[in-house]
Design a protein around this ligand. Structure first.
Ligand code: HEC
Ligand code: HEC
Length: 423
């Protein structure tokens, strides 16, 4: 499968447009993927059949802009190839695996930029719809019991509410399922960053023996046996067989639509509405930013035009260290073999964090209060503990305020992200 080049994402992020405030949804023009989410109304997600001059929804097709971005991205990939450690190996490109439909842009809601998009997989209405169907299809698991949504449940902020994820035959892994809301903005995927992109990630859980446990060729045969899938793949990619590359591209494009912003925090910070957050949350935001108190923004970034609430980097914050000081999970180190990366994990976005308990890569913190107390206590010491993590002086009031702020980070969930109506 062709992996999305890292520098492309960075290049794209750097060039990302200023966020747009979402206007209320108007009736979708053209193709509608069934809408299932009650909060969708505030969220303005639409697919238009005609290119429009001004974009008010999440989806539109500004061809010239898309072209410019692709252009920038390709150039950036070329220039940065060596610096970013890309081997230059072209990867297995499958002929015909480029989407054939008209590209759509996935605009960011208030507080987020447009979702980054790789040049070899521009989202189209067809690939997004197909990805959505695949995401909820349990036939991608060995015993037909598990779909992506089993662990990334739209009713729970696209995670599962469990400490660690449970796969086929009740088997458990060692890590907690992250929310997929805003996963599109991470430069790399997984807690340890071992997948270069959403495309690169998608095949993993299917074949993983304790998650979906089904070899890719079996998944492909099962989809081929369903007469409704073939024509959908042809509409999305043109004639040709169903391949893992196409399946992964569709899943990734669907996941890119799972953008969530326009939270009370966004309306306060970027919408300039002083009443959008409670007084406690406003004090909490100040503590979150204050280097002498929370200093949380050192890793959970808040920018001038938008806030990803992650730096996309890896830090050892002392989670994954047992009481005897032993590391329980080496995290990023397994990928890089750099000592400083021992037990370092990707900074998660804090958007929608109130929906996604329990917390941390191992689900070890049950509530936001536990998380805040953990930071206040200075975290578990260990040789690789990030220097930005220190015992911090937080009063009971500060802690309650920080929690109020974290709760103000809950945004809307896009419509057309729940299970599709099957025909
Ligand atoms: C059995 C539960 C389970 C299933 C089924 C599952 N996932 Fe996951 N998912 C996880 C866990 C656990 C992680 C974190 C693993 C890690 O980081 O090592 C994860 C991580 C991810 C990530 C990375 C997000 C991030 O923040 O880095 C993406 C994207 C993702 N899954 C998409 C999918 C897709 C697409 C499917 C279906 C093809 C799927 N998952 C099926 C449990 C599951
Ligand atoms: C040095 C960087 C850094 C700083 C500073 C930092 N965090 Fe984190 N944060 C992380 C990383 C990395 C994780 C994931 C760690 C893991 O799972 O092992 C995390 C996890 C979290 C989580 C759990 C999210 C989830 O989805 O599981 C919350 C909540 C959180 N941080 C809030 C805060 C708050 C509040 C502060 C300030 C008091 C703060 N962070 C300061 C890097 C940081």
């Amino acid at each position: 499968m062709s992996a999305l080049r890292g520098p492309c994402l960075f290049g794209w992020q750097a060039k990302a447009r200023a966020p747009q405030k979402c206007k209320p949804t108007r009736a979708n023009v053209g193709q509608t993927l069934s809408s299932v989410n009650p909060v969708a109304a505030q969220f303005g997600l639409q697919i238009v059949t005609e290119p429009r001059a001004s974009a008010s929804g999440h989806f539109n097709r500004p061809f010239p802009r898309a072209f410019n971005h692709l252009h920038i991205c390709v150039i950036a990939a070329g220039l940065l190839q060596v610096g970013c450690g890309i081997s230059g190996a072209p990867g297995k490109q499958q002929a015909g695996s480029m989407p054939v439909g008209a590209p759509i842009q996935i605009n960011g809601p208030l507080g987020l930029p447009a979702a980054p998009m790789p040049p070899d997989n521009p989202a189209t209405a067809e690939t997004v719809a197909l990805g959505r169907r695949l995401f909820y299809d349990t036939r991608l698991s060995a015993d037909g019991s598990i779909s992506c949504a089993s662990c990334h449940d739209p009713g729970r902020g696209f995670t599962d509410g469990q400490r660690v994820a449970k796969g086929i035959r009740g088997q458990t892994g060692s890590r907690s399922a992250p929310s997929l809301l805003n996963a599109a903005y991470y430069p790399v995927e997984f807690w340890d960053g071992r997948a270069a992109s959403l495309e690169d990630q998608a095949g993993g859980p299917m074949a993983n023996p304790i998650e979906m446990g089904q070899p890719h060729d079996v998944s492909i045969r099962k989809l081929e046996a369903d007469p409704s899938y073939g024509p959908l793949f042809e509409k999305a990619f043109g004639r040709g067989p169903i391949t893992m590359d196409k399946i992964a591209k569709c899943l990734a494009s669907f996941e890119r639509t799972l953008v969530s912003g326009d939270s009370p925090f966004d309306r306060y910070e970027y919408g300039h509405d002083p009443k959008a957050m409670s007084a406690a949350a406003i004090r909490g935001l100040a503590a979150f930013r204050d280097p002498a108190r929370g200093n949380c923004v050192a890793c959970h970034l808040i920018g001038k035009d938008y806030a990803l609430l992650t730096d996309g980097k890896f830090h050892n914050i002392g989670v994954g260290v047992d009481p005897t000081g032993e590391l329980t999970d080496l995290g990023r180190y397994v990928q890089t073999k750099v000592d400083a990366d021992r037990a370092a994990f990707k900074t998660p976005t804090l958007r929608n964090v109130a929906l996604t308990a329990p917390y941390m890569h191992d689900g070890s913190e049950k509530t936001l209060k536990e998380v805040v107390d953990y930071y206040a206590g200075g975290a578990n010491s260990n040789p690789q503990l990030d220097p930005a993590i220190q015992r911090i002086n937080l009063s009971a009031q500060d802690r309650a305020d920080l929690i109020a702020f974290l709760e103000a980070l809950t945004g809307g969930v896009p419509p057309d992200s729940g299970p599709p109506k099957t025909e």
